[in-house]
Design a protein around this ligand. Structure first.
Ligand code: NAD
Ligand code: AKB
Length: 316
């Protein structure tokens, strides 16, 4: 059967890029964008769009039936920094929103679901270097707790209801098309804009905070590779570890100096520093490599060069 895809949260940092690739691959009329806010021009004009609140089950069911949807990409969530400010709203959106989708799959003929988890599911007890797929997971942030609960629900619905649910534990994502939405790794996007505008940036993380990160083109590729892999190759139904690169703010600042003469970065850690305490420094993604051939294309120098090329020469 031809895929009929609904992307929920299509106006966000990932959605606004992923949807362009999905439309290019499957045809614009087969990929329906939805969000509670209107997306940018490219997404809005490139195919169907529905204003949809994931917490409204009736509305969701009517969109599923209107377009005869059989695949869902659920991207709506509150990210780590915002979730810490609004814990109940974060639990509601991140967990109840997911349950709304999962519970409507079987009755509405949804065969496949993509839902992203995060490196935030790990916690202070987790080994920090080359963090394995299965290890201590003791998240101490609102966001991490909600994502770990989500992973368990994904595995449960796959097993109990036979829904083909696939998931990735994205690292912090860097992109130039749309702004990040309230995460702790957002500094790694803001720094580029400030470097171009002011040749200076004040970072809200400590200079030595090494975290797993990934450039958006790699995140989009990984998502599509995973979703197109044969079902028999998917050995993990909670969420796959994936890795791109790892760096600290001072490493990124050093790289940026090669492109922006006189750039300076200062450091004034705020509450977001605490959220990173339990997060890994690097990720072991050998199972993703083995199961569906994952391989990132971008390291820190390549990503930095590409960001500046796009930000300076107006592909934004
Ligand atoms: P984002 O905040 O940029 O986008 C989320 C979108 O969801 C927004 O456009 C928002 O309007 C929409 N939304 C909010 N409430 C909604 C509701 N009730 N109904 C429908 N839509 C609603 O987030 P993102 O960075 O694109 O992240 C997408 C997913 O990937 C999230 O699950 C996030 O946890 C996960 N993730 C992101 C990163 C990252 O670095 N961006 C890293 C790890 C995991
Ligand atoms: C955040 O910082 O909240 C996200 C994430 C790592 O999930 N970028």
């Amino acid at each position: 059967m031809k895929e009929k895809i609904l992307v929920i949260g299509a106006s966000g940092q990932i959605g606004s890029e992923l949807i362009l690739k999905l439309r290019a691959n499957y045809g614009s009329e087969y990929v329906i964008a939805s969000d509670i806010k209107v997306p940018d021009y490219e997404v809005m004009e490139g195919g169907p769009f529905e204003l949809l609140d994931i917490l409204n089950k009736t509305q969701l069911e009517s969109v599923l039936s209107k377009y005869e949807i059989n695949q869902i990409y659920l991207l709506a969530a509150l990210l780590s920094a915002t979730a810490e400010k609004y814990p109940e709203a974060a639990w509601k959106l991140n967990v109840e929103g997911l349950l709304n989708v999962l519970s409507l799959c079987k009755p509405n003929g949804i065969e496949k679901v993509f839902w992203p988890s995060s490196i935030a599911i790990f916690g202070p007890g987790t080994p920090k270097e080359n963090t394995p797929q299965n290890t201590i997971m003791d998240p101490d942030t609102v966001y991490g707790i909600s994502k770990l609960a989500g992973e368990r629900w994904c595995e449960y619905y796959s097993r109990k209801e036979g829904i083909d649910i696939r998931s990735l534990r994205y690292p912090g994502l860097i992109s130039y098309k749309s702004s990040p939405g309230g995460g702790t790794t957002d500094y790694a996007v803001h720094i580029f804009y400030e470097a171009l505008k002011h040749r200076a940036y004040e970072c809200f993380l400590r200079e030595d905070t090494v975290l797993p990160m990934m450039y958006m083109p790699d995140a989009v590729t990984a998502t599509i590779l995973l979703m197109e892999a044969e079902s028999k190759n998917i050995s993990i139904r909670s969420s796959y570890n994936i890795s791109g690169m790892s760096f600290a703010p001072k490493d990124l600042a050093h790289e940026i100096k090669k492109h922006v003469t006189g750039f300076t970065c200062t450091y004034k850690p705020d509450i977001r520093q605490e959220l990173t305490t339990g997060w890994p420094k690097s990720i072991d993604d050998s199972i993703a490599k083995q199961d569906w051939g994952w391989k990132p294309a971008y390291d820190l120098p390549l990503m930095t060069k590409d960001m500046f090329e796009n930000l300076r020469f107006g592909k934004i």
